[in-house]
Design a protein around this ligand. Structure first.
Ligand SMILES: NC(=O)c1ccc[n+]([C@@H]2O[C@H](COP(=O)([O-])OP(=O)(O)OC[C@H]3O[C@@H](n4cnc5c(N)ncnc54)[C@H](OP(=O)(O)O)[C@@H]3O)[C@@H](O)[C@H]2O)c1
Length: 196
């Protein structure tokens, strides 16, 4: 998908969305979920879908990404921070803060501080919120787009995708009908949601 949609200025307070000016950052959320809305289980994702990992990399490359401490913890050490992107970790945990900082990630203590830090990073014309469940909930009021991969599986999980209020509309689906099929046979599709 080439279209990332429009998002709020990072310094805006919730409720001031849509008041955009040229040059302001766009804030999007990006996640993958089962058809039933599960995004995680016991600290990881209950599927293996390399195509979606590539989609995540392509979408967020060159832009700051904001994630919660549990999501940071879920990334194998050799893969974090994500390359080619400023990684911003929300945490109050001193040990995580020290470890994340030591490998080049930025540490913040509130969603607002995350947006401010992201706004000063390279590629800040787009800011991507990349999980997990708590962090999507925290940033939903600031975001106007959600890039959602729906995976056609039924899996148990302990973490759900955020509930998007009715003001959010599906604006694009790839494919428009049915599913893409991954090399391992898993069916999935990409959806772009925007706040109307
Ligand atoms: N399917 C997907 O696309 C996707 C993407 C990402 C993650 N996930 C999955 O989601 C699960 C993790 O999600 P989660 O909800 O358990 O945790 P999370 O959102 O990744 O992280 C939660 C932590 O972030 C910090 N935090 C969250 N909100 C904050 C706020 N308002 N202010 C300050 N700090 C805040 C806190 O860290 P401290 O406790 O350190 O203070 C909190 O414990 C895992 O299973 C992971 O695999 C799935």
């Amino acid at each position: 998908m080439s279209r990332h949609g429009a998002v709020a200025a990072p310094s805006a307070e919730p409720g001031h969305r849509g008041e955009r000016s040229p040059g302001t950052a766009r804030v999007g959320m990006i996640w993958a979920q089962t058809s039933g809305g599960i995004i995680g289980n016991e600290g990881s994702m209950p599927w293996h879908l390399p195509e979606d990992m590539a989609h995540f990399k392509n979408t967020t490359w060159g832009h700051p990404v904001i994630m919660g401490r549990r999501t940071w913890d879920s990334i194998p050490a050799r893969f974090r921070p994500f390359g080619g992107r400023t990684n911003i970790v929300l945490t109050s945990d001193a040990a995580t803060a020290a470890e994340a900082t030591s490998v080049g990630a930025a540490v913040v203590h509130s969603p607002q501080e995350g947006l401010e830090t992201a706004a000063g990073a390279e590629g800040a014309d787009e800011i991507w919120i990349c999980g997990g469940g708590q962090v999507y909930e925290a940033y939903e009021p600031y975001a106007d787009t959600a890039m959602v991969t729906v995976i056609n599986i039924d899996a148990e999980g302990d973490t759900r995708a955020p509930r998007l209020p009715e003001s959010w509309k599906l604006v694009l689906s790839e494919p428009a009908e049915g599913w893409l099929t991954a090399a391992n046979g898993t069916e999935y599709r990409h959806e772009l949601w925007e706040r109307s």
